[in-house]
Design a protein around this ligand. Structure first.
Ligand code: URA
Length: 431
């Protein structure tokens, strides 16, 4: 069967065999399948979906397109190896805190992360706010740092799941990102390459996330748990709220500073709570602690006694970064105040995210340079009582944005007369 026939089979809802999926992915890697054919396949998968078996085979084929991080360094030191991955949300700086925190609990965390694209920022961009920080580690450098510090945070090198790297770039420009099958295979192929003992996923749902609806978030979560388990990687999921920004800052350097506050036992409670919940899940999965309460106690201690922060500083230095504390932020440019008395009922996170991108804090296209110092400070939370004139947002940037954001930002925060119940941060657990 030729490539065009396989594309047509999927387009008509047919189920591809293991051999056909391998042929398509291997062919893509060695040039027998062209970019335009892969784009057509991605679109057919978006429209027709894939069976669980097809997703598992696609994940395996993408994993096998590259190399794996060696396991021996963790085995020799008797350290379990874990990771957390988020589907991405506004103000999500959890990875910066969680990786060094778990490393300080004698667990290895080889964290392969991404850059921001679209409205949600990327972990690597946040870390690169520290001058000189290098995220382009080779597999050998990743392994060496894991042995030395128990953690690194780096981009997927050319060698890790290269099929995903190329396919993701195509999906991004062909409107084919939001497919449960493709997202599952993309995330898990990279995580499997790290040779982990356990993975926890933070699947975000709400106006600041990929998944706007709960049903979609549940479907993705079940797919990740099923395919992860099938491939020998125990995976659990927390579905978490993204109907308001996480924490008080949006923008790379501002979020870096906020992560350091949390690593120092301070910072916004929501960031600490979610970090500790996700990390506790992992400690229990790999039996480092007997139960969740013991895990939460251990993690809280490591945040409060400075050991997590020290590990973070060591990690930044090991990857070439230097920072004066706190990192420099662009000056206050404008502010948004409450236009009436009432209760905050809703944020339209997309408007806030778009504003951060437009003032230079994010990319419109792959390859755009970003200004790490710009961002938004969020002074309000859903459910909070405000009086007319109270500060809701402060915009930090160097010059007038191309668009006047004042009215859009004001409209993005809804204030109502009656008290509002806030959706819990952790909405559902799936494992
Ligand atoms: N993150 C990934 O790594 N891949 C996706 O497809 C979506 C989010």
């Amino acid at each position: 069967m030729n490539v065009a026939q396989l594309l047509s089979k999927k387009r008509h809802g047919g189920e591809l065999t293991d051999a056909e999926i391998s042929l398509l992915i291997q062919g893509y890697c060695d040039g027998r399948v062209a970019d335009y054919q892969m784009s057509a396949l991605a679109m057919a998968i978006c429209l027709q979906g894939m069976t669980p078996r097809e997703v598992a085979t696609l994940t395996k084929a993408m994993l096998e397109s590259g190399e794996r991080l060696p396991r021996e360094s963790s085995d020799r030191r008797g350290r379990p190896r874990v990771d957390k991955h988020s589907t991405g949300g506004l103000g999500d700086k959890i990875s910066l805190v969680l990786a060094p925190l778990l490393a300080a609990c004698d667990v290895d965390v080889p964290m392969i992360s991404g850059r921001g694209l679209g409205l949600t920022g990327g972990t690597l961009d946040k870390l690169e706010s520290a001058a000189g920080f290098r995220s382009d580690l080779t597999i050998q450098q990743m392994d060496a740092q894991l042995q030395q510090l128990g953690t690194f945070i780096a981009g997927a090198s050319e060698k890790i799941a290269p099929a995903d790297r190329r396919l993701y770039a195509l999906r991004d420009v062909t409107g084919t990102v939001d497919s449960v099958a493709l997202i599952t295979a993309s995330i898990l192929s990279k995580k499997l390459a790290a040779n982990l003992d356990a993975l926890v996923m933070d699947v975000k749902v709400g106006s600041g996330a990929f998944m706007q609806r709960m049903d979609d978030a549940v479907e993705l979560s079940q797919s990740l748990v099923r395919v992860g388990a099938g491939a020998g990687l125990p995976t659990s999921v927390l579905i978490t709220d993204m109907d308001q920004p996480l924490g008080e800052t949006l923008g790379n350097a501002m979020e870096f500073n906020e992560a350091v506050e949390v690593l120092s036992g301070e910072g916004p409670p929501a960031v600490r709570e979610l970090t500790v919940e996700l990390a506790a899940n992992l400690l229990c999965q790999v039996n480092v602690t007997p139960d969740r309460d013991t895990a939460m106690d251990l993690l809280s201690r490591k945040l409060d006694d400075g050991s997590a922060r020290q590990r973070f500083e060591e990690m930044i230095r090991a990857q070439g970064g230097s920072w004066t504390k706190p990192l420099k932020i662009a000056p206050e440019f404008s502010k948004i105040d409450a236009h009436c008395d009432g209760y905050i009922s809703r944020f339209d996170c997309r408007v806030l995210g778009q504003c951060v991108v437009d003032i230079g804090g994010g990319r419109r296209q792959l390859g755009d340079t970003i200004d790490h110092s710009v961002g938004i400070r969020v002074h309000a939370r859903v459910g909070q009582r405000v009086n007319k004139g109270d500060r809701l947002l402060t915009l930090h940037c160097h010059r007038e944005p191309a668009t006047d954001y004042s009215s859009a930002l004001r409209g993005a925060i809804e204030i109502v007369d009656v008290p509002v119940e806030c959706r819990p941060l952790i909405i559902q657990r799936i494992d």
